[in-house]
Design a protein around this ligand. Structure first.
Ligand SMILES: [Mg+2]
Length: 260
């Protein structure tokens, strides 16, 4: 009798195992990076490190009353954490799509990247204007302002949101801020947030460009970690859109550098 009960228990647990989430949800290349963003103290420490460097830099900077100064910052994965949207996609077996992204940003539920709020509030206290140059769509301005205001981010108003109207390149938008302000610092998780030198290039060329301006990182250019997505990911897929998960995997495996 006891053996029979044990057998039934073993069988039912193996059935439960076969139907666990790990089996029923398709594998995603993003699972580990989203877990890293949400659960590793290392990610958190890197964010604090970035904003500490930014603050030390500003503390040493002379701010003169006769000039207008600005910091240009990206939003997603620079000051707001959207890993929840990525987590939903993994669980649902879906990928980034404009409509699901819009539904997410409409909720205004992204949370501050560690250290971002304190740093931008400090910059504002020094009289520096904050411009949010983002490739969020212009239809997302109101929900973004609401999201930023809920946490008391400085300059969280329509005037300081410069979203994507025509092109994903941010160069023109950066120049428009530089016309009226001295841009003292740029913050981003994607190197396209800093200069146009990294746009639409293969990853080896992007790395060479990063080397050319190596003195700027942690100085005028403050980089936040994002292992989940970015131009580097597009470059890894050779900027090909609409690849199937299998095709994407093939590209990634082909690009691994092994020992032979
Ligand atoms: Mg970003």
């Amino acid at each position: 009798m006891a053996i029979r009960v044990l057998l039934v228990l073993l069988m039912s647990s193996s059935v439960a195992f076969a139907q666990s989430a790990g089996d029923s949800i398709p594998h995603s290349n993003k699972t580990l990076s989203v877990i890293w963003q949400q659960q590793s103290a290392e990610y958190r420490a890197l964010c604090y490190q970035a904003f500490n460097m930014a603050r030390w830099k500003l503390e040493k900077m002379k701010i003169r009353k006769r000039h207008k100064y600005a910091i240009i910052t990206d939003i997603d994965e620079t000051v707001l954490d959207n890993s929840y949207y990525e987590a939903d996609n993994i669980r649902q077996g879906t990928e980034f799509a404009k409509d699901s992204w819009k539904r997410w940003t409409d909720k205004s539920k992204a949370t501050p990247v560690p250290g971002a709020l304190e740093f931008l509030q400090y910059a504002k206290s020094r009289g520096i204007y904050i411009y949010y140059i983002s490739n969020r769509d212009t239809t997302e301005v109101n929900s973004t302002v609401a999201n930023l205001r809920a946490y008391q981010f400085p300059d969280a108003d329509r005037e300081h949101m410069i979203f994507m109207a025509r092109t994903s390149s941010k160069e023109e938008r950066r120049l428009s801020v530089a016309k009226t302000h001295r841009v003292v610092m740029l913050l981003g998780d994607n190197l396209n947030d800093f200069t146009q030198l990294f746009e639409k290039k293969p990853n080896d060329e992007r790395m060479a460009e990063a080397d050319k301006v190596k003195g700027e990182w942690g100085a005028k250019f403050i980089v936040l970690p994002n292992a989940t997505y970015g131009e580097w990911e597009n470059a890894a897929y050779d900027y090909q859109r609409n690849l199937t998960p299998a095709q994407k995997n093939e590209k990634l495996i082909g690009k691994l550098k092994g020992s032979e």
